[in-house]
Design a protein around this ligand. Structure first.
Ligand code: FAD
Length: 435
């Protein structure tokens, strides 16, 4: 790989997500050569993916060029590369554009959808982890309504307008709320010759409450908000299979639906060379110590979703959320500088700033360490926080204007089928459309 030699130690970061970017920003002005590798040339603001899927935002407003984030940093190099293998014994990384040597390696590859080995759901269901996947979902939703107009078969029409979202975490809740708002505010105007009242949005949750990682009051309120919007919330039901038309569950409940969105699990993105049993915890996460070092490897670190740091407070690792990734990236940046300077590293301590989810216009739930609130104020807080963490001034302005426009006009104008999507098996789909 063509990277200039430097007298500074080389830190290679794999992944330009929340963790990787926070780390690179910390390090690039220090006495280190920083090489960031990512398979995409942009940072993806995943918390707003559901708005891309539902036509509320253009994909460009939640993506930001990685090169631009770190423009002007003298010791920073970005390469668009898919990492294929880590070779810790020779300190080399194999990628699709060649090999590279590292002094220190940081794995920040994030997570991917976990189908728990269910091939039916993996092949026929939709995931929403990347921008291409969100665009696929946006196209499929719109194509379904176009198709529903064409068929005389009532059964088929209902299935085309029936959406099953599996997983009652923030992603499932936010997507269900957004779809319900489309059903209410947009479909009757866009499709006056279709009985869109028959459209159904089903949110299926395996446990006895949605948003299980939040407070009980947040779960209750979110469920109430969803029901007000006309979403059917199914609790204590597990989806067991999907053949593209029929969703089966562990109960007698069956859904006839042309769209199933799987938001019920993630697993860390594992890399060859670090995939042996001694490195991995549940969900493929890499076991790290309090300094982010992968257990057993002194100069290889992991941060963010891919890392599992077990502490008394977080015995199963920190939540797979943006804040832990950012805070870990910053702490590791400081630690690497300390390590290079021959000083001892500092343990990571996570500062929990709370969690939140929005259900729709004027409806959100916020759990802060000291306060919990729901409703209109929570919705404004949700919007402010998301705008604040969005990378890039232009993106913030565009998203803000879009939100104001959508609020005033009750609209979502990005409902475009730019890249038609046809359901295929996942393998064929991945070959045709890189995600
Ligand atoms: C739909 C959705 C909604 C979410 N909402 C919220 C929310 O509201 N609040 C919140 O805190 N968190 C939310 N999250 C979770 C949050 O986005 C993640 O926890 C966070 O992105 C983790 O950061 P990371 O740096 O570990 O990984 P990521 O941000 O996922 O970045 C990983 C990077 O690694 C790159 N990469 C992966 N494998 C390779 C490879 N082999 N070679 C090269 N590059 C590679 C990827 O392209 C990516 O850029 C949401 C996630 C999703 C999917």
């Amino acid at each position: 790989m063509n990277i200039p030699q430097s007298s500074y130690p080389r830190v290679v970061i794999i992944g330009g997500g929340f963790g990787g970017i926070a780390l690179a920003k910390k390090l690039s002005k220090k006495e280190a050569q920083v090489v960031l590798l990512d398979k995409h040339n942009y940072h993806n603001f995943q918390p707003l993916l559901y708005q891309v899927s539902t036509g509320g935002l253009e994909p460009d407003s939640i993506a930001y060029p990685i090169r631009k984030v770190l423009q002007g940093y003298p010791n920073f190099y970005f390469r668009l590369a898919q990492v294929q293998e880590i070779k810790p014994t020779t300190k080399r990384i194999k990628t699709n554009i060649g090999e590279i040597f590292y002094d220190y390696l940081v794995v920040a590859t994030g997570s991917e959808t976990n189908f728990f080995g269910n091939k039916g759901i993996e092949n026929k269901g939709m995931a929403m982890k990347t921008i291409p996947q969100s665009l696929n979902l946006r196209s499929l939703i719109l194509e379904n309504f176009e198709q529903a107009l064409l068929t005389d078969d009532l059964h088929e029409r209902d299935a085309l307008m029936n959406f099953v979202i599996v997983g009652g975490g923030p992603t499932g809740v936010e997507l269900a709320g957004a779809l319900a708002e489309i059903k209410k505010g947009i479909l009757p105007k866009d499709y006056p010759d279709l009985d869109t009242r028959r459209a159904q949005i089903n949110l299926v949750q395996g446990s006895d409450r949605i948003l299980p990682a939040m407070s009980e009051i947040a779960s209750e309120k979110a469920e109430k908000f969803l029901e007000e919007l006309g979403v059917y919330v199914w609790k204590n039901i597990r989806v067991t299979d999907y053949d593209g038309k029929r969703v089966t569950t562990n109960t007698k409940t069956i859904f006839e639906a042309e769209t199933l969105v799987w938001a019920a699990g993630v697993k860390a993105v594992s890399l060859k060379g670090l995939d042996a049993g001694q490195f991995l915890c549940r969900g493929n996460r890499l076991k790290v110590n309090e300094f982010h070092q992968i257990v057993g490897l002194e100069d290889v670190f992991a941060i963010g979703d891919v890392a599992q740091m077990e502490t008394d407070e977080f015995p199963h690792g920190h939540p797979m959320m943006a804040q832990p990734a950012i805070q870990q990236g910053r702490n590791l940046g400081d630690n690497l500088v300390r390590m290079i300077d021959g000083k001892p590293m500092r343990s990571f301590v996570y500062k929990d700033k709370g969690s939140m989810a929005t259900v729709g216009r004027n409806k959100a739930v916020v759990d802060m360490p000291k306060f919990k609130f729901q409703g209109v104020f929570a919705w404004f807080v949700w919007m402010f926080v998301h705008l604040y963490f969005l990378i890039g001034f232009r993106n913030r302005v565009v998203v803000f204007i879009n939100w104001v426009y959508n609020y005033v006009r009750f609209d979502r104008e990005a409902r475009l089928i730019i890249r038609p999507f046809k359901k295929q098996n996942r393998v064929e789909r991945d070959t045709l459309m890189r995600d």
